[in-house]
Design a protein around this ligand. Structure first.
Ligand SMILES: NC(=O)c1ccc[n+]([C@@H]2O[C@H](COP(=O)([O-])OP(=O)(O)OC[C@H]3O[C@@H](n4cnc5c(N)ncnc54)[C@H](OP(=O)(O)O)[C@@H]3O)[C@@H](O)[C@H]2O)c1
Length: 303
């Protein structure tokens, strides 16, 4: 039974809404709010306590783009969690393409590398017992509606995946939405490789779908922000995107729906909202074990 859950990026958007929805489930005893900023974390905790009347939230300071911070957070966690929701992420800020001291781009560190380290460190110390959810994105299989192309890797070798980690695969791109989808694709492959290695834990990549009311586009350049936000407004009118409540509920399905299989990536069957489906039916590369293993091995080089 899932009683204790850790959510990264829990002070805003989908992470905070997920923390809120977890309080509707009487079996949940503790929700760790994994946040990098103490003031924002305290404000979110207070808001969650007031809106839910529940006092089950605990702050865990963690910056997933910093390996030291991740290890410190795992050490500070006084007991195990039954579930981890790897939600922190997005387009990586103004300097998304800048390299971190670990040799990966900021956008890679926040969306994937830090979560890989976090999951591996939790498992190693016996502090993750049942479910790991990774925030995927429909961008990982391409989104025609938003002009995002399906990731294309000529060889899918370990070397090529390592080039995604350090950004050399993309070169001097100015648009963070270009590496974003490919990194989320690599995250889904890594999750499948982890599912094989740790069969006692359920690994589900779950896209929250196109969700309005979050802060996800706020660090993009103004023209890209304007374009993405305008697209979202039009698509909301056309029922092609959904609210943050619906998006967060998808993570809960990942946690509690026993029909969802470990190692698979679930996202919108069509477009960016609506029913969920196994994304390998749309993008068969997700199912190829060699690609999954190469993605996994490339990530290990930076840990
Ligand atoms: N919204 C969508 O339409 C959509 C669609 C598909 C997938 N997703 C995925 O869903 C996840 C959440 O997105 P969102 O729209 O809710 O974004 P959001 O509103 O921008 O919230 C992102 C959260 O992540 C935190 N965060 C960022 N960098 C971090 C770091 N280095 N360490 C720890 N926390 C960090 C932020 O904290 P600060 O407040 O400190 O910055 C914030 O709490 C992301 O992984 C995103 O890629 C979103």
């Amino acid at each position: 039974m899932i009683k204790r859950v850790l959510i990264t990026g829990a002070n805003a958007g989908l992470g905070k809404e997920t923390a809120k929805q977890l309080t509707n489930n009487p079996q949940i005893e503790k929700v760790y709010l994994g946040c990098r900023n103490k003031e924002k974390a305290q404000a979110a905790k207070m808001e969650l306590e007031q809106s839910t009347g529940k006092h089950i939230f605990e702050i865990l300071i963690i910056d997933v783009s910093n390996q030291e911070s991740v290890i410190e957070a795992v050490q500070k966690l006084e007991c195990s969690v039954d579930a981890l929701i790897m939600n922190a992420g997005g387009t990586g800020g103004q300097n998304f393409n800048k390299l971190t001291p670990d040799g990966v781009t900021e956008i890679f560190a926040v969306n994937l590398l830090g979560h890989c380290l976090l999951t591996q460190a939790l498992l190693k110390s016996g502090k993750l017992t049942q479910v790991a959810i990774y925030a995927g994105s429909e961008a990982a299989r391409g989104v025609k509606e938003m002009g995002m192309k399906r990731p294309h890797l000529p060889t899918s070798s370990e070397e090529e995946f390592a080039a995604i980690c350090d950004g050399s695969f993309f070169g001097e791109v100015k648009d963070a939405t270009i590496p974003y989808g490919t990194i989320k694709y690599m995250g889904a492959l890594w999750m499948s490789a982890m599912a094989r290695r740790h069969p006692h834990v359920k690994f589900v990549t779950m896209s929250p779908g196109a969700t309005t009311g979050t802060e996800g586009f706020n660090t993009l350049p103004w023209f890209k922000q304007y374009f993405m936000k305008s697209m979202m407004r039009i698509m909301l009118l056309l029922n092609k995107v959904h609210t943050v409540e619906v998006g967060a509920n998808r993570y809960l399905q990942g946690l509690f729906n026993h029909d969802l299989e470990s190692g698979l990536f679930y996202a919108s069957e069509r477009g960016l909202t609506g029913n969920l489906s196994d994304q390998s039916l749309l993008f068969p590369d997700l199912k190829i074990e060699r690609y999954q293993e190469n993605a996994y091995l490339a990530i290990q080089r930076f840990l």
